[in-house]
Design a binder for this molecule. Sequence first.
Ligand code: F3S
Length: 402
Amino acid sequence: MVLTKHQQDMLDGKYGKGKAMAMQIQTAVGEGFSARRMVPAARVHVALSAQEADTWFARRLRDAGAVCAVAPTVNPGYCLEYFKGLGFVDEASSALMKETEEVYRDLGAILSYSCTPYLFGNIPRYAEVVSFSETSASVYANSVLGARTHRESSGSALCAAITGYVPEYGVLLEENRSGTVLVEVQAHMETDFELTLLGLTAKKIGGGIPVFKGISKNVTTEGLIALGAQLNVAGACDMFHIPGLTPEAADLRQALGGRAPDRTVIITEQDLERAREEYLPMPKSKPEFVMLGCPHYTYRQIRRVTELLEGRTTAADIWILTSAADKDLAARTGLETRLKSCGGRLLADTCVDQAACWGHLAGKFGATDSPKCAYYMQTFGVELAVQDVDTCIRWALEGRIC
Ligand code: F3S
């Protein structure tokens, strides 16, 4: 890989040990992928996890004197103040969350604590080269916004923030961004949850860059977020195209880069049913809680839940995770008060993959509209059924499966 003088000086330690460490990691990754050069990263999002290995890595860079050249937004850990108040967090976990915040602040990160930075505060522009980690974020940036990012890890994105560069390979290059698999969607595809199910058919789609034919032009932002998140979780997908909808796919021909697809895959109602059976278990008993907001719910989704609950009181706890920006909007418009009066709780800065604050749910049975949420929470003993949000809320209101 050919480096500029500035990049070589960084690698040689002229700008300190921390920057040199980050550059060493990035050049090794770049060489692994046969990158020819490093290019500037205009924006960065780091999927901070507030878990031991992640904080250890960030701490090592901070202690070696690294400061970010591009201030990154960061993923949620959990709202320490809120969960400590409930008595749910032990001293060791509390110390780790505090230290994570301190380390990332020292590095110069923007402590946004949201997994949907592309909606608020860190919105990539068309064709901009960025370095985004987090499953929904990298796919959304590539597909819906037309920016260019690898599917970064939290570590590689943090290195990009520190050096200000990324190795150029993969979907950063124009020639690698065309669709390779034509996916003819014959299944009904109107709701956000149907798009979630479509994302779960990633195994049948089988890798490459899918071009979806047959998706309604009325698809919502939230539906696109759900599709990208599940495609990435279930199939390590960099990006997708929807002709007439995503910016690099004015029509089918452009989406496929003027070439014939490597293969054509047809997705039917039966495929969605199979995905449902394989990934979405039905509840074994009545749900004791509902967990929504993985990825973080938008204002529109919070309003939808409030409308479903309005005038009634829930028999199960309802947690909705969102960004600080959307929580603030919900507070200003009175939505949060309406939600609370029905028993719903709106939480900012928090991720579902945090045993430190959700450990008290271990052994309980809940419901969610996010397969990703169910996957993560079962790793610390919380079982969740996955259904569309209307069903989750109906179960919570009735206090039974219905
Ligand atoms: Fe967001 Fe955590 Fe889910 S980062 S997407 S709430 S696993």
